[in-house]
Design a protein around this ligand. Structure first.
Ligand SMILES: C[S@@+](CC[C@H](N)C(=O)[O-])C[C@H]1O[C@@H](n2cnc3c(N)ncnc32)[C@H](O)[C@@H]1O
Length: 214
């Protein structure tokens, strides 16, 4: 069953509570170095950012991916970086400290909101990334459709997800870990064309998808 447009699935309060607590320790260097940063680097390597691209990180958390892009690709003029997250507590951390900004390299903008109803115009972004967040999207096709809406025709979508082999897993109605073939089917159902799929860490897969031009 799908909830009406704009309405949140039942896990929203639990996700907000989880990240209210987790935000206090989320940036701890050990998990970041061993897991998250490696995934962020794999995406940046696959994508190869170009000057002027409009970039959205959906479920950006504490904004570490966007900040690393701002730092690593600081020489690129005009990468416009936006992060969106459900959790105001994660965003507080994101806004707290960032790469030094300048007129040519503005700091990322962080916006509170949900993947199901994003406050952006149709086709507003050239590249969208989504790392280790989509297991919280109980209505995953609906979430991917909204991502498809705000991506420009021909735009690229990088989605890194946790998987548990060929069988999915559900945790207390808060998170659902789909197997890769189901994730791929959800992306296609939302209108994406699949360009690539790779294992990025044990139990984690990265999809590269594209919004078709037509
Ligand atoms: C494990 S964190 C990953 C954060 C970041 N992408 C990273 O790589 O470090 C998952 C994030 O997804 C966010 N999230 C979960 N459900 C969401 C939703 N419906 N809309 C937007 N963000 C959501 C959470 O608030 C949390 O910050």
């Amino acid at each position: 069953m799908t909830t009406p447009r704009g309405a949140e699935p039942t896990n929203a309060w639990a996700v907000s509570l989880l990240f209210r607590v987790w935000s206090r320790v989320y940036d701890h260097p050990l998990p970041q170095r061993l897991y998250y940063r490696r995934i962020h680097h794999r995406i940046a390597r696959r994508w190869r950012p170009s000057p002027g691209e409009r970039v959205l990180d959906v479920g950006c958390g504490t904004g570490l991916f966007l900040k690393s892009l701002a730092a690593d690709h600081g020489a690129l003029p005009g990468l416009a970086l936006t992060g969106l997250d459900l959790s105001e507590h994660m965003l507080e951390q994101a806004r707290h400290a960032g790469a030094p900004a300048s007129a040519a390299h503005p700091a990322p903008t962080f916006v509170q909101g949900s993947v199901y109803a994003m406050p952006f115009a149709d086709g507003a972004f050239d590249v969208i990334v989504n790392t280790i967040s989509c297991h919280f999207y109980l209505e995953q096709v609906r979430a991917f459709r909204e991502i498809h809406r705000v991506l420009a025709p021909g735009g690229r979508f990088f989605c890194a997800a946790i998987t548990f082999g060929p069988v999915g897993a559900s945790v207390a109605g808060v998170a659902v870990y789909h197997p890769p073939r189901v994730l791929a089917a959800h992306l296609r159902e939302a209108g994406f064309e699949l360009v690539g799929e790779e294992r990025v860490r044990p139990g984690s897969v990265l999809f590269e998808a594209r919004r078709p031009l037509g």
